[in-house]
Ligand binder design. Sequence first.
Ligand SMILES: [Mn+2]
Length: 436
Amino acid sequence: MQSDSFSLRSFLEELDREGVLVNIWKPVSCRFQIPAILKKLEPRPVLFHNIVEHSEFRLVGNICADRNIVSRSLNTSANSLRDKIIDAIENPGEINIIENPPCQEIVIDEPDLRRLPFIWTGLNDKAPYISASIIIAYDREYGYNASFHRLMFLDKERVAARIVPRHLYKYIERGVRDVAITIGNHPAFMLASAITTEIGRSELQIASKLAPIKYAKTLTNNLLVPADSEVVLEGRITDEFVDEGPFIDILGTYDAVRKERIIEITCITMRRNPIFQYILPSGLEHKNLMGYPREVAIFKEVSKICECLDVRLTPGGASWLNAVIKIKKKNEDDPRKAIEAAFKAHESLKYVIVVDEDVDIDNPLEVEWAIATRTQLDKDLIVKLGEKGSSLDPSADQITRETCKAGLDATIPLNRDRSKFMKAKIPDVDLKQFLE
Ligand SMILES: [Mn+2]
């Protein structure tokens, strides 16, 4: 069935009608219970109707945990999702602004953040967090930027945001201070905000190409936010820093504690009967949102140098550190070039395996079979010393991020008899004929 309205709320209603959404009516606590239930129910989307500490809110999680559901939310198939994202990045949409948006049905100009369902996820968390928060900022030269940043609760008007040195970080260096933080968004806006392209390419316009998202002006700082957002925090980034974390990141380990900026919230606006949103750290939704756009980026870059058939940031590598790339090899050096292209496209990438078109890259056993039967490490292994890797990898140098990367060509050499490498065919039977 096709979506015609593009808010989180209308999409949830659609999933509910089809029996895909899990409704939890019994009371649940923000302290550990919501994350634990989401983990157990992955990849199904879950709507919590009764939060013990926050009766004002419902809360949704796992909305992007299943790639088929993400594809459906954009009225596309899992196979076409990549092309749709590439098209949206290359041909962004228009910004459509409306007055009196749903996200401003309730206005709280004396904000008290204790009213919001910050969540305790792991036993060693320093404080409760908001994890589905997207920060929107505007720079005179670069225009709008939207990106995910987890928020650590500090007090009734202040949070600390983890700001990785990417676009928002650069905006702040250039003097930008006003922000709007939006929570409770349609998957199109979530996915667009998770994409890292060149600075100056507006995620708001990428989102509006993915789906007809409408925007509205914030009340206090003249920024644009999705008009159908469930909750918007308007505020200012300060020059005050605080220890942020410990908090769990995509690898499932605790991220390092760093000095991060404090954001002061000056106004909160919401829809009536607001639905809060939470992304389970290191859960499938987190991995899809962070990993999928990087798969697209790797696919684009590898496609420049050879025929790339598919890319997977493997779940075993937390959908972040390890990639398997399927190519149609035409030249003996295609795999090596593909490995270099992949490292160029995704800076955090650590290990890359290149396979031929007959290998199912979603099946780790098949990938291992390709490694076992098609590689000679003295020829097929590329080791890259002293590279800059992921800040999340506990085995890398924790200060310089220096790490050792490797690529493995697990394709069949072109000068060898290909038939020797192919799986032998055993004729199939219909078991029913033999089991009666
Ligand atoms: Mn950006």
